[in-house]
Design a protein around this ligand. Structure first.
Ligand SMILES: Cc1cc2nc3c(=O)[nH]c(=O)nc-3n(C[C@H](O)[C@H](O)[C@H](O)COP(=O)(O)O)c2cc1C
Length: 146
């Protein structure tokens, strides 16, 4: 369990997928289609989740992510959340992260817009590495500073 693991959801617009690909960490995608086999995770992870809210903030967390987090093992293994969205949504920018952090009692680590900037990539790469070390005593040197 020395390398950070990211679990993420991404809709057909694929912004989150592109962001996760650029980070270069191990990652698993929560499937879009209910017909796909369900994702089961059995080690600690950080969740990256886009926001799809109505104008009052309701429905911010995609239903596929809600289903994934309804599994108590997944909630136990969830260590932190990163949210993405669009600043056009004002106070509800990245609101899925706020909702998940509160419901699952984990820190909201970062918010980024759409597929993120190169600065976001650097911030998240560095932040994930240092956060991972706070609950994983193993040496993550190779992964984080290669
Ligand atoms: C119907 C719809 C509702 C959205 N609602 C919000 C919102 O409430 N807050 C926000 O920050 N972004 C919102 N977004 C923007 C998405 O979160 C953003 O485009 C995100 O990057 C999508 O990630 P994905 O392409 O990986 O699915 C919304 C997008 C759509 C299409």
């Amino acid at each position: 369990m020395s390398e950070p693991l990211l679990v993420y959801y991404s809709s057909e617009s694929l912004n989150t997928l592109r962001f996760v690909d650029k980070l270069g960490f191990r990652s698993l995608r929560i499937p879009i289609s209910p017909k796909s086999p369900e994702l089961k995770v059995d080690e600690e992870f950080i969740l990256i989740c886009p926001t799809f809210a109505a104008h009052d903030g309701r429905g911010a967390v995609p239903k596929q992510v809600i289903k994934f987090l309804n599994d108590s093992q997944h909630r136990d293994l969830l260590k932190g959340v990163i949210a993405n969205g669009n600043r056009n949504f004002g106070e509800y920018f990245g609101y899925a992260g706020t909702v998940i952090a509160k419901k699952c009692n984990v820190p909201l680590l970062y918010k980024f817009e759409l597929m993120g900037t190169s600065e976001d990539i650097e911030n998240v790469r560095r932040g994930v590495c240092s956060f991972w070390r706070t609950f994983n005593k193993k040496n993550t040197h190779d992964v984080c500073y290669a």
